[in-house]
Structure formats: structure tokens, C-alpha cells
Design a protein around this ligand. Structure first.
Ligand SMILES: [Zn+2]
Length: 271
């Protein structure tokens, strides 16, 4: 479970429907900044909490944000915004702590489903206009846990006629550009047929099951495990080099001692 999710929802385990950061829309390919983290609640209206001691600095409603609350978390030097609330349970000037309910999740404002949009930015930027705020990734700022990467959704191995799916829930269609049948999981799949169509490469992975690939099509995905493996490999390599170096130093010391010994011996022999 996400640590931040735990702070915001306590016993409930939300899922991240949209992470923080630049995101290229897979169809329109338009780059858009998502200045917060979206927590899905399986369409439930649930209480959301202050993450620690703080002060409510503003509450209100806009057609974009819906019912929103700004909370200043002094110790962290951060201000947070809670958006799309069904109802607000605090008022301006209230002091809050980790047991204070800020509001109830909803779908007020510009949203299609019930979720909490939680934004996070330095307190010093509070009075700057919206676009000049130095928004930061809440999920990686104080409690690093989820690493997202931009990359292609699939990786080809031409020599093996296989394709590796790198993202969760890649769409599967009954034909190129056809109807969506469902979603495919991470893994390596045999390629039964290939078809180029409208800048996309379509791969047939089963009877009437096609997935699409486009080099320009980049998506966000988690790559934690791979990164950890890389890191471990590098660490192991460094350890090997270190051991080798220590060995060499010892050999040199032993050589030196032997040399001195020989010299001393030769002196005695001459006498
Ligand atoms: Zn959002």
C-alpha cells in the first residue's frame, strides 16, 4: 500500500489512477502536466485526513477543482490541495492533525469518477499564480515509494519473434484498430502475425487478439524491480573490484617485505 495513501485514507487502501508528472496521452500524444496524484477509491465516498499537524488556509469551489481545501503543513514547509471532495469538513483557520477529516471523497468539479486529487507544493509558492508554482511530486518528495518511468509499452525481440509487454493493462483488440476485448498483463508473448497500419505496428498474440505498438507512443510505467537488479549488479561489480584492489595491495606489501628480508640476508652473507 502507498505510504501517502495510508496517511490520507488510514485503513482504506486507495489505488493511484494517475501519478504526478508529465504524461503523454497515448492516443492524442499531447503532453500534459498532472500536478498531483489521483487516488481512486473504487467509487466510494470516504473520509480523507490531514497527513500531519497543519492549518486550513482556504476552502472553496471551482468548476475545475470542485470542492477543494488548502492545508498548510508547516513542519514540512509544504502546502497541499485536496480536490473533488463531495463535502468539506473543515473551515479556514482550523488547526488539523492526522486524525482530522478534511472532507469526503467525491466527483465535484472536472472529473468523471470519485477520486481524491492531492497536490503538493512549497509553502513559499502559495501566493504565486497557478502556473509558476514549483509543484513537486508528493509521492517521491517526503515518502519515496513509487517510481514511474516514461518508455515504450512493449519491447521487441526480433530474433525470437516475441514481444515483451512492459505496462500493466495494455489493450487487446479483436483486430488492428478493432474492438477492445480486454487488457493484457506484463509478460513475454509469441508473435503470430505482424501488420503495419497508421503508424502503429500491430502484433497478433493469439487468435483474434492484437496489441499495438508505436515507437512514438510513450507511457508511464513502474520499473522498480529492473532498477533494483541493475543497482545490485553494479554493487556486486564494485565489491569485486574492491577485493581485487585489496589483494594487489597485500601482494605488494608481501613483495616489499620479502625484498627487505633478502637484502638483509645478503648483507649478512657478505660479512
Ligand atoms: Zn488529478
Amino acid at each position: 500500500m502507498s505510504k501517502n495513501g495510508k496517511l490520507l485514507f488510514k485503513d482504506f487502501n486507495p489505488y493511484i489512477t494517475s501519478p504526478f508528472g508529465n504524461r503523454i496521452h497515448p492516443i492524442t500524444k499531447v503532453m500534459k502536466m498532472h500536478d498531483g496524484v489521483d487516488y481512486g477509491t473504487f467509487e466510494k465516498k470516504l473520509p480523507v485526513y490531514a497527513i500531519e499537524e497543519g492549518k486550513v488556509i482556504r476552502t472553496g469551489y471551482t468548476s475545475q477543482n470542485g470542492n477543494f481545501v488548502y492545508v498548510e503543513f508547516n513542519r514540512l514547509g509544504k502546502n497541499a490541495i485536496y480536490q473533488h471532495l463531495d463535502s468539506i469538513k473543515v473551515k479556514r483557520g482550523d488547526t488539523v492533525n492526522s486524525n482530522t477529516i478534511i472532507g469526503i471523497t467525491g466527483k465535484t468539479g472536472a472529473t468523471t469518477g470519485i477520486h481524491l486529487h492531492f497536490g503538493w507544493f512549497p509553502s513559499s509558492d502559495q501566493n504565486k499564480d497557478w502556473y509558476s508554482k514549483r509543484w513537486e511530486d508528493f509521492e517521491s518528495y517526503d515518502y519515496p515509494e513509487i517510481i514511474k518511468y516514461l518508455g515504450n509499452p512493449v519491447k521487441r525481440d526480433i530474433s525470437k519473434k516475441q514481444i515483451e509487454v512492459l505496462v500493466h493493462e495494455l489493450r487487446v483488440r479483436n483486430s488492428p484498430n478493432g474492438e477492445i476485448l480486454g487488457y493484457i498483463n506484463l509478460g513475454i508473448y509469441d508473435v503470430l502475425d505482424v501488420l503495419e497500419k497508421d503508424n502503429y505496428t500491430w502484433y497478433k498474440i493469439a487468435d483474434d487478439n492484437w496489441i499495438a505498438y508505436n515507437e512514438a507512443w510513450e507511457v508511464l510505467y513502474e520499473k522498480e524491480v529492473e532498477q533494483d537488479d541493475d543497482k545490485k549488479e553494479k554493487e556486486d561489480e564494485q565489491e569485486k573490484i574492491d577485493k581485487e584492489c585489496k589483494k594487489k595491495i597485500w601482494y605488494k606489501i608481501i613483495d616489499f617485505i620479502l625484498d627487505v628480508f633478502k637484502k638483509v640476508l645478503s648483507i649478512f652473507k657478505i660479512k
